[in-house]
Design a protein around this ligand. Structure first.
Ligand SMILES: CC(=O)SCCNC(=O)CCNC(=O)[C@H](O)C(C)(C)COP(=O)(O)OP(=O)(O)OC[C@H]1O[C@@H](n2cnc3c(N)ncnc32)[C@H](O)[C@@H]1OP(=O)(O)O
Ligand SMILES: CC(C)C(=O)C(=O)O
Ligand SMILES: [Mg+2]
Length: 515
């Protein structure tokens, strides 16, 4: 049986970062890019360099440090954007410029205010210009799914003639449906005369929950590159989720006669990392990577599974890197078992980091009977979100009741200074956040706060996530503890520390020099 190789183009760092409220620092992007390289994606779209100096720096950093996948950068169909993209990609081992322009009449009339002829010419000019710098150029017809099919054929033919090596068909607003999208891909294959000189790619959004289904329909009709993001992050309802696409192709290999080059055992780890760094928590029923994806609740299912896993399991948790371990880690476990588990979970860490994590693991094991793999993943990921500690939480006390306002007091250390503050609040979390704000001398705009148990049980580790905003920039923070108030305080302080590191803003009088 002939199996077609499908390229995975990951856009977590570009379209994924367009998720409202998500803002990743260059270092965090590099961390995700490393996970994508381990997954063996074919292309990493690292950003949109013209969008901001931060995005330019992040693309340059990914380009300079990641080997294996091709590194792509987005550019509108103009010289300024393409110049910025090529400069950011300068150090890439393998570079792709991805240029785009909208082709639907809605976009032409109301957004670009251009005629079809002008768009056609600009698309061709942009591709030709980009090809002067790199041999790998992708062209996207934005809003392709709402464009006139014959005009689309003309634009793609012109783009390929100008040197595009990949032509991408985006369902920009998640409007299409599997039958229609599959037919569009078949139509392009039939009617774009030079189509065989380019890879056909698709880029689907999930506004109607069809992004993965539409992408698979495109594959069934000859698309050989799919664009996607980890956890389905992206503009509005997000993009096609990579883990779903890859596992659908993997699980139904015979049906699709297609396969990706993804190391599926890295999926779970990458998903947790992206969730931690973006602050976007997954619903438990999320396909493939949600907490319940491999859980069997009802008796009939449990009975079936006990007899044979295939009765109710179409894929195995191990295939996405969730391990079934017989060694239970707890407070009597030693460094060797802990280090071995880290390795099994795919974390190759230097001995200093392992030592730090082992200390945190022992503290956790003192408070918790059993430490599960998810607890360990959470410890590793929170370590990755650590920012320079302008402020460190030394202790906190909170008093709350259902009759009176909650009060909180905190002690922070900052260099050799010790700061103590107290505040009342509307509940214990509000009280401790207000006390922390007073202690750092800043007024914080809290945009989002979430709390979740990492595993089940009354001694479960609580994972708090906050998002704060300053000068239009968002900073996420994470905190872990078996005490949910402490987890919340740590998350708030983590976000504040990140904000101070980036903005360089000076909190009122608590620290000497520039903070
Ligand atoms: C479908 C997608 O996901 S597309 C990618 C979306 N991502 C982003 O927008 C990233 C963040 N964006 C930004 O930082 C900014 O919008 C920038 C830097 C890209 C542009 O900023 P500004 O120059 O201030 O322009 P603004 O965003 O207000 O308007 C977009 C301009 O680009 C033009 N434009 C839009 N798409 C294209 C295109 N593909 N090719 C050429 N020009 C385009 C618009 O017509 C408009 O032009 P005008 O300024 O002459 O009216
Ligand atoms: C830039 C393009 C590919 C895009 O993100 C879209 O159309 O959704
Ligand atoms: Mg998109």
């Amino acid at each position: 049986m002939d199996i077609t190789r499908i390229k995975i183009f990951d856009t977590t760092l570009r379209d994924g970062e367009q998720t409202p409220g998500v803002c990743l620092e260059a270092g965090e992007k590099l961390e995700i890019a490393q996970a994508l390289a381990k997954l063996k994606v074919d292309v990493i779209e690292a950003g949109f360099p013209i969008a901001s100096p931060g995005d330019f720096a992040a693309v340059s950093m990914v380009a300079a440090n990641i080997q294996g996948p091709t590194i792509a950068a987005l550019a509108r169909a103009n010289k300024k954007d393409i110049d910025s993209a090529r400069q950011a990609l300068e150090k890439a081992e393998s570079a792709r410029i991805h240029t785009f322009i909208a082709t639907s009449d809605i976009h032409l009339e109301h957004k670009l205010k251009m005629s079809r002829g002008q768009v056609l010419a600009q698309a061709q000019d942009a591709v030709r210009y980009a090809r002067q710098f790199v041999s790998d150029v992708e062209f996207s017809a934005e809003d392709a799914s709402r464009s006139d099919w014959d005009f689309l054929c003309q634009v793609y033919r012109a783009a390929i003639a100008a040197g595009a090596t990949t032509i991408n068909v985006p369902d920009t607003v998640g409007y299409t449906s599997p039958g229609e999208f599959g037919a569009l891909i078949a139509y392009l294959r039939e009617n774009v005369v030079n189509i065989n000189q380019a890879v056909i790619s698709v880029h689907c959004h999930d506004d109607l929950g069809l992004a993965v289904a539409n992408s698979l329909a495109a594959v069934a009709n000859g698309a050989t590159q799919v664009e996607c993001t980890i956890n389905g992050l992206g503009e509005r309802a997000g993009n096609a989720a990579m883990e779903e696409l890859v596992m659908a192709l993997n699980t139904r290999r015979e049906y699709y006669r297609a396969a990706t080059g993804i190391d599926t055992k890295q999926i779970y780890r990458a998903s947790r990392l992206v969730s931690t760094l973006t602050g976007i928590i997954l619903p438990p029923n999320k396909a493939v990577v949600g907490d319940n994806a491999f859980a069997h609740e009802s008796g009939i299912h449990q009975h079936g599974i006990m007899n044979h896993a295939l009765t109710y399991e179409i894929m195995q948790p191990e295939s996405i890197g969730i391990s079934h371990n017989t060694i239970v880690l707890g407070k009597h476990s030693g460094r060797h078992a802990f280090e071995e588990r880290l390795k099994q979970l795919g974390h190759e860490l230097d001995s200093q980091t392992v030592n730090n994590l082992f200390g945190q693991f022992k503290e956790l094991a003192d408070r918790k009977k059993m430490v599960f793999d998810r607890d360990i993943e959470a410890l590793v990921n929170v370590k990755k979100t650590e920012a320079p500690e302008w402020y460190r939480l030394v202790y906190h006390t909170v008093v709350s009741s259902n009759k009176t306002a909650a009060t909180a007091s905190v002690q922070l250390s900052s260099g050799d200074k010790v700061i103590e503050e107290a505040s009342c609040g509307d509940g214990p979390v509000d009280a401790i956040f207000k006390a922390l704000e007073k202690a750092v001398g800043l007024s914080i705009d809290l945009k989002d706060y979430q709390l979740k148990a990492v595993t089940a049980g009354e001694d479960a580790l609580g994972e708090a996530t906050v998002r704060i905003e300053r000068d239009g920039r968002t900073f996420s923070g994470r905190g872990l503890s078996t005490d949910v108030i402490e987890a919340s305080a740590k998350a708030y302080l983590n976000a504040i520390n990140k904000m101070l590191a980036v903005c360089g803003c000076s909190p009122a009088g608590h620290k000497e020099g520039v903070v």
